[in-house]
Design a protein around this ligand. Structure first.
Ligand SMILES: Nc1nc2c(ncn2[C@@H]2O[C@H](COP(=O)(O)OP(=O)(O)OP(=O)(O)O)[C@@H](O)[C@H]2O)c(=O)[nH]1
Length: 818
């Protein structure tokens, strides 16, 4: 082996050699970026289409390099037979003919022991590369391999012919009119030729080639065509180099002439690539070949690696499944019951995943790295999928628990004080609740330990639990958003409860005193009502500043002033208006109140004493005054005229509540007139009743003389009985003056009940005495006297009776009249 051939596993192709050679593709399949520079250096790049390309393929150590050197004057290294048979050429090399513009490709030998299991794949790629580029492809065949399948490279030729048609057949192989690919000359050089008839050797090779051509998959355009449409077949025999050196050299010299003078390179073989584009063309051909997976043949080692890595992976899955089974029971219960949050779930998963990956890595490290790495991806995906199900369930359970905790906290839970005064330290409370909820999620789902334990970014990204970092982060963001919405909802509820509380504060301060003022209806009704409203508002505003302030909802100063002075004041004003309207009541209620006011004035004097309409009373004047008082009520209560602080609202709040101009009107003018009319009618009846009472009084006080005469005549016996009895006489002398004076002074109304109560036992006694003294006739006259007294009493009482006048009253009056 010569030193010019790089036999180490280098990652970069060898640099341009002083011997006018370059390694186009190295042992590790890397294409040499310096090819263009090489073509410049060997003065090919400037030749346009005036150059040719040839290549040689064949078994390792079959004299390929020796032949090419002899034909083209290249200096490809050759094997030194003294050191045994070994691989000399590695990769694909390119040299230039020493005289002619011919590029010569020397390929790594097939069936290489050194390359081992990977040899088949590399052979296919390099041979296809040579076929794609070379106009004349020399196929080196030992004479004793002719007729053999593998040894004569027939399977390799089958593959590269098929792929050559597939990959480089014009624009589209499926198109019947696709451009035909340029022809290639396949020159079979039979080495160590002996006495076997050449025509038989050629026939054997030709037959093999026809078989290949007929059985390979071809593009539609190539279907049914003979092999000779695409390949020119030629055969040469070279005698044994060692045993017949002269004949060998002679034959090689003849072949050299064919290459240089006999026009072996035909125009139809040209790839149509200008010399300055050859390097790029070669690169794209190589990349196409490398990307084609059909050329990759798994070696036995690889197949073994596949089987073993699969088995190791299964063992790892089983172990992992057993380890996470308790977690699955809790988070994915088979009976579909609610999942239970597992403490330190992520740490547990991390530990199990790491153990699984280590176990796999340890087992698979003894096999092909490519296969082991590939299978490691499957292991990783499996661990990720299993872990993801658990982590997703945990995230859902933790998020639900966090939301529940937050809702309970902001709703006060069992804290009675919070329930009754939810605004107390609201900001602090809600932020604490938010933090507690997020802590529940973070404790259950944090995946930070992964990035903390793995510092290398690519190792982190390929970890089975890498997904968890993103997935927990996005779930956390979702939870924050949900809690944000919950907080907003809770804050709105608390604001509403706070507003209600302030309104209740106002109403409890306002309602009772305002009702009292409205019931009494003083002359300065609205100024007193305004005072009540302002006092209530001042107390409410003070309380509101406390609940909206630092100890409560902690609104900013300006916002708090706006809420109190605009929103709340506005609502309190509306509440005040509504309360006043409710207190004034319906029109029928108002009519009753007007009647009551009328009667209070008409029936009672300034001291509240019931009036007795005596004969001299000016009922008409009194009636007019009382009716006006009743009517006044309707006039005063017709419109609410609040003034003062509460009534002075800001422009903004007025705009918000779309205040109407007639906002304070309770009774319009039509209703007022109607109420006055009804009052007039109902009070008229009371007036008539009073009038009749007055008439009755007049009758009682003016008893005619003749009636006294009649009484004297009819009651003569009784009179005599009284005069004769000293007891009765004495009694009469006392009682009669008293009764007379009492009637004269209108005493019955207020004295009669007392007098009756006092005299009743005495009258009973007197009656008994009369009964005894006068027997039956005298007793009848005594009863009549008492009846008169009762009649006067009942008249007076009827006048003082309050309440609505009824027909019964009228009838009673009528009866008295009659
Ligand atoms: N029997 C025989 N030996 C030859 C012939 N030509 C060359 N050799 C010898 O075969 C050995 C290998 O020759 P190389 O030219 O290095 O063979 P190669 O195919 O290029 O080898 P690799 O590049 O390793 O694949 C050398 O010792 C040559 O002298 C030949 O026609 N017949």
């Amino acid at each position: 082996m010569t030193s010019s051939v790089p036999d180490e596993s280098v990652s970069k192709p060898a640099p341009i050699d002083a011997s006018h050679m370059v390694q186009v593709v190295n042992y590790e399949e890397h294409f040499n970026d310096e090819l263009g520079a090489f073509l410049q250096a060997v003065k090919i790049a400037s030749l346009g289409f005036d150059y040719n390309v040839t290549a040689i393929m064949g078994p390792q150590s079959s004299g390929k390099s020796t032949l090419m050197n002899m034909l083209f004057g290249t200096r490809f290294p050759t094997m030194d037979s003294g050191g045994g048979r070994y691989q000399v050429t590695q990769g694909v090399w390119l040299g230039r003919d020493s005289d002619a513009a011919i590029l010569v490709l020397d390929l790594e030998g097939t069936d290489s022991r050194e390359r081992g299991d990977d040899a088949a794949t590399y052979e296919r790629k390099s041979a296809l590369f040579a076929l794609a580029l070379a106009e004349v492809l020399v196929v080196n065949v030992w004479i004793h391999d002719v007729g053999r399948n593998n040894a004569s490279n027939m399977p390799l030729l089958r593959t590269i012919m098929e792929l050559d048609l597939q990959l480089f057949f014009g624009a589209s192989g499926s198109d019947h009119n696709a451009k035909r690919m340029p022809k290639t000359k396949l020159l079979f050089v039979i080495r160590d030729y002996d006495a076997t008839p050449m025509d038989k050797l050629c026939a054997s090779l030709r037959e093999d080639l026809d078989n290949i051509w007929n059985t390979i998959n071809k593009p539609p355009a190539a279907e049914g065509t003979p092999i000779t449409d695409y390949f020119d077949l030629a055969f040469e025999a070279l005698p044994h180099k060692i045993y017949c050196p002269k004949e060998f050299e002679q034959k090689v010299a003849e072949l050299k002439v064919r290459f240089h003078e006999d026009g072996i390179f035909k125009d139809e073989y040209s790839r149509g690539v200008a010399a300055d584009g050859f390097s790029e063309y070669a690169r794209s051909v190589w990349e196409t070949i490398r990307a084609n997976k059909e050329l990759d043949i798994p070696s036995q080692k690889e197949m073994l690696a596949h089987v073993r890595c699969e088995q190791i992976a299964k063992e790892v899955f089983n172990h992992f499944g057993t380890a996470i089974a308790p977690l699955q029971e809790q988070l994915l219960p088979p009976d579909r019951s609610a999942p239970v949050i597992v403490a330190s779930l992520f740490d547990s998963l991390l530990q199990n995943c790491n153990a699984a990956m280590d176990r796999y890595g340890e087992g698979a490290s003894r096999y092909s790295k490519t296969v082991a790495d590939m299978k490691a991806e499957d292991v990783r995906a499996h661990l990720t999928a299993e872990s993801k199900m658990l982590l997703d369930a945990q995230i859902t359970a933790a998020s639900d628990a966090a939301v529940k905790e937050f809702q309970e906290s902001v709703n006060g839970g069992k804290d009675k004080k919070h329930k009754s005064q939810p605004w107390l330290n609201w900001n602090e409370q809600s932020q604490d609740a938010l933090q507690r909820a997020m802590d529940i999620f973070d404790d259950a789902c944090t995946a930070l330990s992964l990035s903390e334990s793995i510092s290398d970014e690519s190792a982190l990204q390929s970890h089975p639990l890498y997904f968890a970092i993103g997935s927990t982060a996005s779930s956390r963001r979702r939870l924050e958003k949900t809690l944000g919405t919950e907080l907003q909802r809770a804050t709105e509820r608390v604001l509403s409860e706070t507003r209600m509380y302030c309104l209740q504060t106002f109403q409890s301060a306002f309602k009772a005193p305002m009702t009292s003022v409205l019931e009494s209806v003083p002359d300065d009704l609205w100024s007193r009502a305004s005072e009540v409203a302002d006092a209530s508002w001042d107390a409410t505003a003070k309380e509101a500043r406390w609940v909206y302030g630092a100890h409560g909802l902690a609104l900013a100063e300006a916002e708090m002033e706006r809420v109190v002075e605009e929103d709340l004041k506005n609502e309190c004003h509306d509440a005040a208006m509504n309360d006043i309207k409710a207190a004034i009541g319906t029109p029928s209620n108002l009519l009753l109140r007007m009647m009551k006011r009328f009667e209070d004035t008409f029936r009672f004097d300034e001291r509240g004493v019931p009036r007795v309409f005596g004969p001299t009373e000016d009922i008409e004047a009194l009636f007019v005054v009382a009716r006006e008082k009743g009517e006044q009520l309707a006039e005063v209560l017709a419109e609410i005229k609040l003034s003062g602080t509460l009534a002075t609202r800001t422009r903004a709040s007025r705009d918000l509540t779309s205040t109407r101009a007639d906002e304070g009107i309770v009774i319009d003018s039509i209703l007022q007139a109607d109420l006055k009319d009804k009052l007039k009618r109902q009070s008229g009846a009371i007036f008539m009743e009073a009038k009749r009472a007055q008439e009755a009084a007049r009758i009682t006080t003016k008893i005619p003389i003749w009636l006294l005469g009649v009484v004297l005549i009819l009651g003569w016996n009784e009179l005599m009985a009284v005069l004769r009895s000293p007891l009765l006489l004495m009694l009469t002398l006392v009682v009669v003056p008293i009764v007379y004076v009492g009637f004269t002074m209108d005493a019955p109304t207020y004295l009669m009940p007392a007098v009756v109560a006092t005299l009743k036992p005495m009258l009973e006694q007197a009656k008994d005495a009369l009964d005894q003294a006068t027997r039956a006739p005298v007793g009848a006259s005594g009863d009549a006297g008492v009846a008169v007294a009762h009649g006067a009493l009942s008249d007076s009482t009827a006048v003082s009776t309050s309440g609505a006048r009824t027909d019964e009253t009228e009838n009673a009056g009528g009866e008295k009249e009659s």
